[in-house]
Design a protein around this ligand. Sequence first.
Ligand SMILES: Nc1nc2c(ncn2[C@@H]2O[C@H](COP(=O)(O)OP(=O)(O)OP(=O)(O)O)[C@@H](O)[C@H]2O)c(=O)[nH]1
Ligand SMILES: [Mg+2]
Length: 388
Amino acid sequence: MFTDKVTLRVRSGRGGRGSASFRAQPFEPQGGPDGGNGGGGGDVVLTASRDLHDLSPLVQRAQLAATDGQAGAGGRKEGRRGADLVVRVPIGTAVFDAATGDLLGELAADGETLVAARGGAAGGGNIHRASSINRSPTAAGPGDPGEQRELRLELWLPADVALIGKPNAGKSTLLSALTAARPKIADYPFTTPYPELGVMFNEPGRPLTLVEIPSEKYLHQVERTRVVLLVVDARQPEELKAIRSLAGDRPALVIWTKSDLVRRPHRRRGIWVSAETGEGVEELRKAIVEAVAATPPRHRRELAGRRVALGPQTRGPAIAVERHGWGLEVTGARVDRLLDRYDLDTPAGFDRFQVALDRMGVTAALEEAGAVPGEMVRIGSAEFEYQP
Ligand SMILES: Nc1nc2c(ncn2[C@@H]2O[C@H](COP(=O)(O)OP(=O)(O)OP(=O)(O)O)[C@@H](O)[C@H]2O)c(=O)[nH]1
Ligand SMILES: [Mg+2]
């Protein structure tokens, strides 16, 4: 069943506990601290996929959790990072915080992602807490809890033009006259249960997508459209009043349908169309193209409130490798976070950093990008030579 609204509970992974371990060797009972960091908790990530067409696959998945990070261990062993939970959603999915109603973001293109819940930070192992003042720290960080939140997902179909009208007004008939869509047409109200899409080809110019809004329940499907067609049965012109406001601030064309059934046309403004005789169909087609061309595209909705902007944000791929004249640059939100966690000025810190890079797939990404031994690699402010 077509579903364009769904509520989900998401939970990111908890950060793994750091280890408070001490070196124990046969001749060194009082060894120094050697407990490694925990692994960070996994994120819950929504990603837009062109393979999905509505939100129904998520209806049965009301509870979604990413994996916890694993605890660190003695011998400086770092815990494994919790796996991200990647949730595929259709292109056009808008994500709201269910508790506040704030829009967190929109996934408007294939492959776009949004971190819906960020994994908890890992706890530090006691090795990282040793200092000149306290050489034997017994405490390790517990790791931060994951984030929990309830999300409301709404699919906004990617259409340029919305057909709005009372039941039985002739919307589906119009859609079939203008596009290759073949929605069910019948002489009773609510024949069309779900929004119907059709593509109108026009020369020259890009094809336009039209959506039939079957009822007010689906009025949110005007969100991405630029122009509204107010579709009214010419025999009931007074119905225009009831639907006019549904166009909101969008430019609207009034379409009087079934003109062949009206003997004496009234003089109200609008385009007269008959699917029966073909009257007005070409005129309407032109008017739609002009109206869309005259209307600037709708930008993404402003995100509500700063607080939200600081929370989940759309992000690019986790890791990206770019080739420059001087070598290779690695970027990505997760790599940036990594830089804050390791002291690259000490050989031990640098080693751990490299292990973490490996684990994160950076080494593989460099290899794939054709890195040769000795080549310069830059990650944030860190530079080193590539040594596989
Ligand atoms: N004679 C005539 N009948 C029409 C015309 N346009 C639509 N109809 C008829 O009007 C009835 C309703 O048409 P639909 O296209 O299903 O109307 P709709 O607005 O999509 O209706 P719902 O999806 O049920 O809300 C059907 O019986 C159509 O055949 C027209 O131009 N001339
Ligand atoms: Mg219909």
